[in-house]
Design a binder for this molecule. Structure first.
Ligand code: NDP
Ligand code: 2IT
Length: 448
């Protein structure tokens, strides 16, 4: 094991996800660091993997029955070489320091790839919004912001959404920040469209993912039209990935959530997607309720047969859009057996490092989340620009900027992969392209 990773493990015990993310990055960038004395001398990797600041705080709140609960809140301010800290907030019972550090670490590279002036951060809480009333969620968000407000600001740190944090939560968080600071500012992104949000922000991650995949296929002389596509997840990213795939005449044959999955051999239609959005976003129910509306759809609960998996289905392209490590070694082998051609990550770190290796060795086109799902934070960056200028751009303008950014990220991945003798290795290309930007900025700014 490389000395650097050994030391990292020692310094960060029990942070498996964080170590996983750094190991994946290290493999791409260590040849460059070894060949470049100033990156070694400046201890770039050591500094990049130590968060500039971590805030951990208690979030007490009262449920509708009057009972008191306490959750743990976090903000990991990872790196500000390129701009103020930027990254989402995740509310999920699994949230811990390791998960937020991996997300914040990946966010550094992702934000660098957008070419916008954004540093990297992430935060959240081990709070489960599931089954809570709107009032409970509001009280939780207000308590969370009662502490977080001290550490953020439109020139300091600009949080946004992630798993469990959508428009509703951003609204409550913004309202509380505005009241405490007596300031209406662009301190959060993903805001409502009539109070400072950007058009296309809700769609941006899913649309951007599919724009990216379209370039990957076009670069091989192929296209999305007619391709059988697997999508996992049923939240924000999955929904708009499905929408864009339908637009481009691909056939979407799966969807999943934390309760189970559905294989739909007839393919998603706009009408089905509308219903999925109603079930997930308005009724806030599980996929079983969605399947119940159709005679030909079968809902497969995860706990019914733990060996069943949507990745066992024959398809051309796979778009994991639920959570980290949702594609492991066995899943990668299943995908390859079924002749998958492309895997593009909507979720952050969808694939384990072993799964990535297996996919790449089999010649599958693989794109990491830090490149393929950067459309969300990119439009967050555009939301910040609109807020600063006190203007609101049209859908067409934002969508066209998003398309340009995704095309540019795709181009950077390919060219840095090529320059480093790893043709079509989007992971190496993304890591190396981002490394140069962040490392050089850190050196320019001195040891601070
Ligand atoms: P949502 O909360 O809207 O949706 C998440 C979906 O994934 C839900 O369907 C959820 O199931 C499912 N899910 C979450 N955790 C698990 C789990 N442990 N096991 C099984 N299923 C799970 O989040 P988003 O769509 O925003 O985020 C999805 C992924 O995309 C995350 O990895 C996030 O980091 C990443 N991402 C998000 C961006 C954004 O702009 N929102 C930007 C870039 C990346 P259920 O419905 O049952 O809760
Ligand atoms: O993982 C991500 O890039 C996000 N959750 C979006 C971050 C943002 O600031 O819009």
């Amino acid at each position: 094991m490389p000395k650097f990773i050994e030391a990292l493990k020692e310094k960060n015990p029990n942070q498996d996800e964080f170590i996983q993310a750094v190991e994946e990055y290290y493999e791409s960038v260590y040849p460059i660091i070894e060949a470049t004395p100033r990156y070694q001398k400046n201890k770039i990797l050591e500094r990049m993997t130590e968060p500039e600041r971590v805030i951990i705080f208690s979030v007490p709140w009262i449920d509708d029955k009057g009972e008191i609960h306490v959750n743990r809140g976090y903000r990991v301010q990872m790196n500000s070489a390129l701009g103020p800290y930027k990254g989402g907030l995740r509310f999920h019972p699994s949230v811990n320091l390791s998960i937020l550090k991996f997300l914040a670490f990946e966010q550094i590279s992702k934000n660098a790839l957008t070419s916008l002036p954004l540093g990297g951060g992430k935060g959240g809480a081990d709070f489960d919004p599931k089954g809570k009333s709107d009032l409970e969620v509001m009280r939780f968000c207000q308590s969370f912001m009662n502490e977080l407000f001290r550490h953020i600001g439109n020139y300091t740190d600009i949080p946004a959404g992630d798993i469990g944090v959508g428009g509703r939560e951003i609204g409550y968080l913004f309202g509380k920040y505005k009241r405490i600071k007596n300031q209406f500012s662009g301190v959060l992104t993903g805001k409502g469209i009539n109070w400072g949000g950007s058009l296309i922000r809700p769609e941006a991650t899913g649309y951007g993912l599919i724009y990216f995949a379209k370039h990957m296929l076009e670069n091989q002389g192929s296209q999305l039209k007619g391709k059988r596509c697997l999508v996992s997840g049923a939240g924000n990213v999955a929904q708009y990935a499905i929408e864009k795939l339908i637009d481009l005449e691909a056939k979407v044959i799966s969807v999943s959530d934390s309760t189970g999955f559905i294989i739909d051999e007839n393919g998603f239609t706009r009408e089905k997607l509308d219903l999925l959005m109603e079930v997930k976003n308005e009724r806030r129910e599980g996929l079983e309720s969605y399947a119940a509306e159709f005679d030909d759809l079968h809902f497969q609960a995860h706990d019914y047969d733990p060996d069943a998996s949507l990745w066992k289905t024959k398809a051309d392209c796979a778009f994991p859009c639920a959570t980290q490590n949702e594609i492991g070694e066995a899943d990668a082998k299943d995908l390859i057996e079924n002749e998958i051609r492309l895997v593009a990550e909507g979720s952050n770190m969808s694939c384990t490092n072993e799964a990535i290796r297996i996919l790449q060795e089999s010649g599958v086109l693989y794109a990491p989340g830090k490149a393929a799902n950067a459309g969300g934070v990119a439009v967050s960056g555009l939301e910040m620009s609109q807020n600063s200028q006190r203007v609101g751009w049209s859908r067409e303008k934002v969508d066209s900027e998003l398309q340009n950014i995704m095309k540019h990220i795709h181009g950077q991945c390919l060219s840095y992969a090529q320059k480093n003798n790893k043709p079509n290795n989007y992971l190496a290309g993304a890591n190396i392209a981002a490394f140069f930007k962040v490392a050089d900025a850190m050196i320019d700014q001195g040891v601070v």
